[in-house]
Design a protein around this ligand. Structure first.
Ligand SMILES: [Fe+2]
Ligand SMILES: [Fe+2]
Length: 280
């Protein structure tokens, strides 16, 4: 019986003694003897939390980036510091400059930080562009770009590719990671800018419509309308997701709505949370 364990290294809230929180996300994945780091947070707390949680970052065999936003990629240099030769899975668009429009009309840069970009470029050509679904290790797959087919989902924010905010950022780089377990598929989300339902439908298609055991991570419903939240819940009911761990950018109204809709299926997800599954 092979054990699979997900340890949350970075999340907006901390769930244990001496652990630190920051706006961001990072997961440590132990899957069939393999070790994968999925996202890195902003970089301020990754190493400290890994140390406290006894996660040997230097033993990581691959780094997967969900998208280019700083709260998922700021810790790349830290993560690659002692493991420079590991492959980095990221979509080409993750390297583009990215901006968010402020309420006063100005913009702030929110893309891959300079030092993260430099660390990847200096990691001897080990960047693996994920323009399509890509197997990281047997059974562990990164989706690549997610088709946007659902009419009520959108990237969820004033995101742009230029500082003047004239070119909307479609977040084509957004991708999720999924893996097989004995009880079905587990999906790890970064920010799910493609939409959680688009993502789950695509994963279902890629995984031969096996049941979805769990969905963990950022659902980016932070600015979602009540109608979008309602329709998302209806779709989750239809898909029949067994466990939901909304985190990071899901937003309080959507998190509350999900917990109310699925009181027996929701799980908390903080820095330090761990989720265990069985492979066979
Ligand atoms: Fe995020
Ligand atoms: Fe994001």
């Amino acid at each position: 019986m092979t054990k699979i364990r997900i340890t949350v290294l970075v999340e907006n809230t901390a769930g244990g003694p001496d652990l630190l929180a920051e706006h961001g996300l990072a997961y440590w994945i132990e899957y069939q003897g393999r070790r994968v780091l999925f996202d890195c947070g902003q970089g301020g707390v990754l190493a400290s939390n890994a140390y406290k949680l006894r996660v040997p970052l230097r033993e990581s065999e691959a780094l997967v980036l969900s998208h280019g936003h700083y709260d998922h990629t700021g810790g790349v240099a830290e993560a690659l510091k002692s493991t420079r030769s590991i492959p980095v899975y990221a979509h080409q668009a993750a390297f583009a400059r990215k901006f968010m429009r402020n309420r006063d009309g100005t913009a702030r840069e929110i893309g891959l930080p300079y030092f993260s970009d430099k660390a990847i470029r200096e990691s001897s050509g080990r960047w693996i562009p994920t323009s399509q679904p890509t197997t990281v290790f047997d059974g562990l797959t990164v989706t690549g770009p997610v088709p946007r087919l659902v009419d009520f989902e959108a990237p969820g924010g004033p995101f742009f590719l230029d500082e003047a905010c004239t070119q909307p950022d479609p977040l084509e780089d957004d991708q999720s990671l999924f893996f097989d377990t004995a009880a079905g598929i587990v999906v790890l989300l970064g920010c799910a800018h493609s939409g959680i339902i688009n993502t789950l439908r695509y994963v279902g298609q890629l995984a031969g419509h096996r049941p979805i055991r769990a969905v963990i991570g950022g659902m980016h419903l932070i600015a979602a309308s009540p109608e979008r939240i309602t329709r998302t819940i209806e779709e989750l009911q239809r898909i029949g997701v067994e466990r939901l761990a909304p985190a990071h950018c899901t937003g309080m109204p959507a998190t509350v709505a999900l917990w109310n809709a699925f009181p027996d299926r929701c799980l908390t997800c903080h820095t330090g949370s761990s989720f265990k599954f069985t492979a066979e």
